[in-house]
Design a protein around this ligand. Structure first.
Ligand code: DP6
Length: 374
């Protein structure tokens, strides 16, 4: 099972306390109380890029169709949560060292709705200092809710373990479920390689409640995939994903979209298993275009693509036709283009990026990422 590269730090003096608690029951209660004075936990969680997209939800953060994503390596969030009963001013939140009321409000809403799912007194949440930072520049236009919310949830679960003296390994399925409640795409970030979120008859333990790992269901080539993110715009997007999901309610193409996504999930699972790159490319690109078509045909309609997004897409098509290099694009809910390709073609694709694509990016900016494999 995947082991996250995060760690829990309980202050040194407290390790001693928990050791004594098992050796000497008389001292245990006092010392355990001491232990719970200060706890610091940290977690690092990656971003992910969906190939089959989650777009539209119902009930309590349940998806209207299954989605499949690659988990990334270089784009991640690192979060620390410090618990100290002496912190008396409610939860404090710092993003890259600066207070962020917007993100704090998001966390507070999550805690208000779902805080009781953690195995500790919800009072604990008002004595926390949360600090978070992203590995990618915050003006890169990269959505960070998947990495940031999964990192936060992993911290809360580590805190739960520390408060309960629970040394059992982290339950990733529960982590995924709790992350889903914070942000749908975050449910997929807790697994390496690839993940599936949403029920499909093709995978027996799949569920709308949590994501499952696909690591053992994909051909080796997909474990070498690169995702190079071409930064067409670094501005905050004009319409948030939250609003976009809501616009799927009553959307004239909604039912058709959910059927297509279910069919694409089935086809993609088969293509991943058999290393069928042509089908992979077909699905990745049509899912990306469909996502943006749904935006263009919603009420009110909106567009997040920029002219340079379309120019890059044209260049990718031409390059693939002329070279047979199996590079394709996908898009998130924004104008930046994600180039997906197997490692063995990285030299050729990098030349292509430098010669042709870089000039369509803000300040020639792009981020090279690769699938997370451990
Ligand atoms: C286009 O997970 O950001 O990236 O559940 O409201 O937090 P919330 O939405 P979010 O939506 C992601 C949409 C997407 C496609 C995807 O990642 O599947």
């Amino acid at each position: 099972m995947f082991e996250f590269s995060f760690s829990t730090h309980v202050c040194e003096k407290n390790y001693f306390a928990s050791e004594i608690s098992t050796k000497n029951a008389i001292f245990a209660p006092i010392l355990l109380t001491m232990k719970k004075q200060e706890i610091l936990v940290t977690a690092k969680s990656p971003s992910n890029i969906a190939v089959v997209k989650y777009w539209g939800k119902h009930g309590c953060q349940l998806p209207n169709n299954p989605s499949i994503s690659f988990t990334l390596s270089n784009c991640f969030t690192e979060t620390s949560v410090e618990y100290n009963p002496k912190f008396q001013c409610g939860m404090q939140f710092l993003f890259e060292g600066v207070e962020s009321p917007k993100f704090k409000e998001k966390i507070e809403k999550y805690i208000e709705k779902h805080g009781d799912l953690y195995r500790f007194d919800t009072e604990v949440f008002s004595h926390l200092k949360v600090e978070s930072r992203n590995s990618f520049p915050h003006s890169s236009g990269i959505a960070s809710s998947a990495s940031s919310m999964s990192a936060l949830v992993l911290c809360f679960l580590k805190l739960e373990k520390a408060l309960n003296d629970d040394a059992t390994p982290l339950d990733l399925r529960r982590a995924s479920m709790l992350a889903r409640l914070a942000s749908g795409s975050a449910s997929r970030s807790v697994y390496p390689v690839m993940a599936l979120w949403g029920e499909t008859p093709c995978v027996s333990d799949s569920s709308d409640e949590y994501a499952v790992p696909l690591e053992n269901m994909v051909a080796p080539v997909f474990k070498t995939y690169h995702d190079t993110i071409l930064i067409v715009s670094n501005k905050e997007k004009s319409v948030s994903s939250r609003v976009g999901h809501a616009l799927m309610e009553g959307h004239p193409l909604a039912e058709k979209r959910y059927l297509t996504a279910r069919c694409n999930t089935k086809r993609l699972l088969e293509a991943l298993r058999t290393a069928d790159l042509a089908t992979f490319i077909d699905i990745a690109e049509s899912e990306a275009v469909q996502l943006h078509e749904l935006m263009a045909t919603s009420n009110p309609p909106y567009k997040l693509m920029e002219p340079n997004t379309l120019k890059i897409i044209d260049e990718v098509h031409k390059f693939r036709e002329n070279t047979d290099v199996p590079v394709c694009f996908t898009l998130d809910a924004g104008p930046n283009v994600h180039l997906l390709f197997p490692d063995e073609f990285s030299e050729k694709v990098n030349v292509f990026i430098n010669d042709k694509l870089k000039s369509y990016c803000v300040d020639n900016q792009y981020i090279s990422d690769i699938v997370k494999v451990f």
